[in-house]
Design a protein. Sequence first.
Length: 245
Amino acid sequence: MAAGAGRGRAEDEEQRRELLAAARSAGTVVLVDETTAELGWGVPEEVPLPRPTAALDRAAQVVTVGSAGKLLWGGLRIGWVRAAPALVRRLATTRVYSDVGAPVLDQLIAAELLAEDLPAVRAHQLTRLRDTAEAFTAALREQLPHWRFTVPPGGLSFWVATGGVSGTALARAGERSGVRLAAGNRFGSDGAFEHHIRIPLTVPAPAVPAAVRRLAETAARAEDDGGWRGTDEWRGTDDNQPLAV
């Protein structure tokens, strides 16, 4: 469950029930994004995932979105929606007029992996993400010790407070040196998260120290260019976690 743009954490079952109760009172449909639900690389294996929010729903008010692109492979652009049958039929009818459909080959690949190889793929992905996260944790603390972040229990990115350096200035400085960065304000509105960046866990672990070294060099250039705009107040762990499980 997303707690904000670029941030989030897994809600326990009690919180999910409270959310559903509030939605029922307001007459609201709940859209649940579970695309990263299987990526709890920091969660002990013996700790079960909370039941899906839809499993707690008796009023057919939950629409669940899933994707093969997060767990299996980013290039596999296949997703799905789970909802009440009547709503699914409406969505399928509407879609006919807005796109030409998902590629058949990609659908067959996703179906094969989900049906037979999912445990092995998930284990591989969790190991890869865990190794990369550990490498980023060490490299950021060593090379950018004034930057702040909380190591999440899973997910595909780190949400990092840049110690007062403008995320926009960092992204612009990175463009000149071939370092692609996602400025925090891309995930907010009205200037929110300006002094944050999102670091995706896509770099192989052995390459992380060099990547963070280039990031530190980019930060130094951004500061030299006037990208220093005051320091954000650090609000603790919950307000600064990247999107997790």
